[in-house]
Ligand binder design. Structure first.
Ligand code: CP
Ligand code: NVA
Length: 336
């Protein structure tokens, strides 16, 4: 066969996607699925993520390497500090064969007010997925609306969805399926509390939150969740929330961006410390969770954080396994 005929055949094969798969635009369009809040996930999505994270974790522990994202790139845009989320996403991407690209927004044209929509459009042409930590939930939603690639919320002032996904993986490991469990939240009605509320709405576990007056969760988030699960309640009494709890959760009293309120909050939240007296009213096998970073002697005592009921280091580890599952599922387009 003359050489040009072979060339034509090869060209035709590439055109119809025999070697390359669908065209880039088609591929990106099909893969588009975000995790901006947990309220957009069905309970089957949670199950898919838990199962995938558990399977990847088991393989990781056996030393088996999985590289389904070979050749892909993951952008990490962080407008706030991070130890766990940033590094676990970077490690997760590398382990799956992808290349993480850390983007400090201050070093980009975002710092000079390039429209967020234009940034999203441009980054969509370079990358296969983006994890974004920023202040405003509206901003990440605006970004995602103009992005052709999956956008993952790595924490906003309002939500921290990936943290609660990895925390639930930890709950499942220690306590079994979360349906039927009593989960307590002690402290601020903040981004973590909101994502726990969204998860309770989807998964149906009992969630009792104890927050000081004026620091309760967002009314809209709560009302929407209560439409799906009536076993979500808010009190100002930490002992009431912790009574018979299987899981006790807390978080810092002043979140990132609230540093100036630290002194005031220390006074308001003084009665909301997770300590041995609070644990006395919980179930005898209750586990204690904290997403970290923690302030020993403030929201949690050192003996509890470093004690036998604490699962905080498993939580931190599971962020990496859950982030591997999230990247694998979203960037491979496995979540319908
Ligand atoms: N838990 C958590 O999100 O920690 P980082 O702020 O260190 O990412
Ligand atoms: N509520 C905390 C969580 C830190 C991981 C914050 O937003 O700072």
């Amino acid at each position: 066969m003359p050489i040009f005929k072979i060339g034509e055949l090869l060209y035709f094969a590439i055109e119809i996607g025999l070697f390359t798969g669908p065209s880039l635009n088609e591929r990106k369009f099909k893969l588009k699925k975000d995790i901006l809040t947990l309220s957009e996930l069905e309970s089957s999505d949670f199950t898919l993520l838990f199962d995938r994270a558990a399977a990847l974790k088991a393989r990781y522990k056996k030393g088996i390497s999985d590289r389904p994202l070979s050749g892909k790139s993951v952008g990490l845009i962080f407008d706030k500090p991070s130890t766990r989320t940033r590094i676990s996403f970077e490690a997760a991407a590398i382990q799956l064969g992808a290349t993480p690209i850390f983007i400090s927004s201050g070093d980009t044209q975002m710092a000079r007010n390039e429209p967020i929509e234009d940034t999203a459009r441009v980054l969509s042409r370079y990358l296969d997925g983006i994890a974004f930590r920023t202040f405003s939930q509206d901003l990440i939603e605006q970004f995602a609306a103009s992005s052709d690639i999956p956008v993952i919320n790595a924490l906003t002032d309002k939500y921290h969805p990936c943290q609660i996904l990895s925390d639930l993986l930890t709950v499942i490991e220690h306590k079994g399926p979360c349906q039927g469990l009593n989960v307590a939240w002690i402290g601020d009605g903040n981004n973590m509390a909101h994502s726990w509320i969204n998860a309770a709405a989807a998964l149906g576990f009992t969630l009792s939150l104890a927050c000081p007056k004026g620091y309760a969760p967002d009314k809209g988030v709560l009302a929407k969740a209560l439409e799906k699960n009536s076993a979500i309640s808010v009190t100002t009494d930490p002992l009431e929330a912790a009574r018979n709890a299987d899981v006790i959760n807390t978080d810092v009293w002043a979140s990132m961006g609230q540093e100036e309120e630290q002194a005031q909050r220390q006074k308001v939240f003084a009665a909301y410390q997770v300590n041995s007296l609070l644990l006395d009213v919980a179930d005898k096998d209750a586990i204690v969770m904290h997403c970290l970073p923690a302030h020993r002697g403030e929201e949690i005592t050192a003996d509890v954080l470093d004690g036998p009921r604490s699962v905080v280091w498993d939580q931190a580890e599971n962020k990496m396994h859950m982030h591997r599952a999230i990247l694998d599922i979203l960037l491979s387009g496995k979540m319908a």
